[in-house]
Design a protein around this ligand. Structure first.
Ligand code: SAM
Length: 279
């Protein structure tokens, strides 16, 4: 089997249907932990619980493209957990796995990116990268400078954005998939009530940097991890009325530095700053 195929075999999703055996496994995990029978992330149980990947695109891909066979190893994501597993059996439309050990998966960053809708291909690149970087959720918003045809097409495009997040989560071995909200009008999102620390990336801001504001939020949150909402403008930037709206609703304007970044670059830069401050 080629290295590429082995790498691809390493990560895939299992549907809710396969969740139940995992639930039983979690129960065993808790019992075994209480009884001190397991160390941190490595678990060997008496009989190896199995889960089955039933008829569907992923099973098809495994069987017909990756030519899965018993004994091959893989990482399996199920019920919000990542497991190291081994193929136990392959039939014409099903692949059965033995779950060997639970693998520690890093929790998502407590960040919701509020993204003003802009060119779809650039935006979709940002969704993929933000998922890899651990974003918890993304909220597409229609801003004043969002091009009309994109504003009209955004609603229909949301399913595709969710597929992109799903695939990127799989590739980056996340145990969860970021939530992609339905597109809304910027004003209603800005005015909506929220417990989160609300931040707007503003290229003309000169005093407060994102890093500084996160340090403040961490201090204020004490033990807890501060939940952050970070808004990123469209290609043309925020309109003056929108900047005033953010300000009037308690959003803090921050700078990512002196250079003007494309919206997708600003999204990645902001997540990198958050990750370096929180992780
Ligand atoms: N209107 C700007 C221009 O053409 O001068 C460019 C907007 S920029 C392409 C898109 C968005 O990225 C901005 O609205 C802002 O949210 C964010 N952004 C880009 N560079 C930034 C910076 N240096 N500091 C803070 N935010 C930035």
């Amino acid at each position: 089997m080629t290295t590429a195929a082995r790498r691809e075999l390493r990560a895939f999703w299992l549907g809710r249907a396969a969740y139940e055996p995992v639930h039983a496994l979690q129960h065993q995990l808790q019992e075994a932990r209480k009884a001190g029978r397991i160390t941190d992330t490595v678990l060997f149980v008496e009989h190896e619980p199995t889960i089955t990947l039933g008829r569907g695109a992923t099973a098809d891909h495994l069987i017909r493209v990756l030519r899965a066979e018993p004994g091959m190893e893989a990482d399996v994501v199920a019920g919000g957990h990542v497991f190291h597993a081994e193929v136990a059996a392959v039939s014409s439309d099903e692949v059965r796995f033995n779950l060997v050990a639970e693998v520690q998966a890093d929790p998502a960053l407590p960040v919701t990116l509020v993204v003003a809708v802009y060119k779809f291909d650039h935006m979709e690149w940002a969704i993929e990268k933000a998922t890899e970087l651990g974003v918890a959720a993304m909220a597409p918003v229609i801003a004043q400078r969002t091009e009309k045809h994109l504003a009209q097409a955004a609603e229909k495009r949301a399913e595709r954005w969710r597929r992109i997040a799903n695939e990127a989560a799989q590739q980056s071995r996340r145990s969860d998939v970021p939530v992609i909200h339905n597109p809304t009008l910027l004003a209603s999102h800005v005015r909506a009530a929220s417990e989160m620390t609300r931040i707007v990336l503003a290229e003309q801001e000169r005093t407060t940097t994102l890093r500084r504001l996160i340090e403040e939020a961490v201090e204020a949150a004490g033990e807890e991890m501060p939940a952050l909402e970070i808004a990123i403008g469209p290609e043309g930037g925020w309109a003056p009325a929108e900047e005033a709206l953010f300000d009037a609703n308690g959003w803090r304007a921050v700078s990512l530095g002196p250079r003007i970044l494309r919206a997708e670059t600003a999204a990645i830069a902001a997540l990198a700053v958050v990750a370096s401050a929180l992780e």
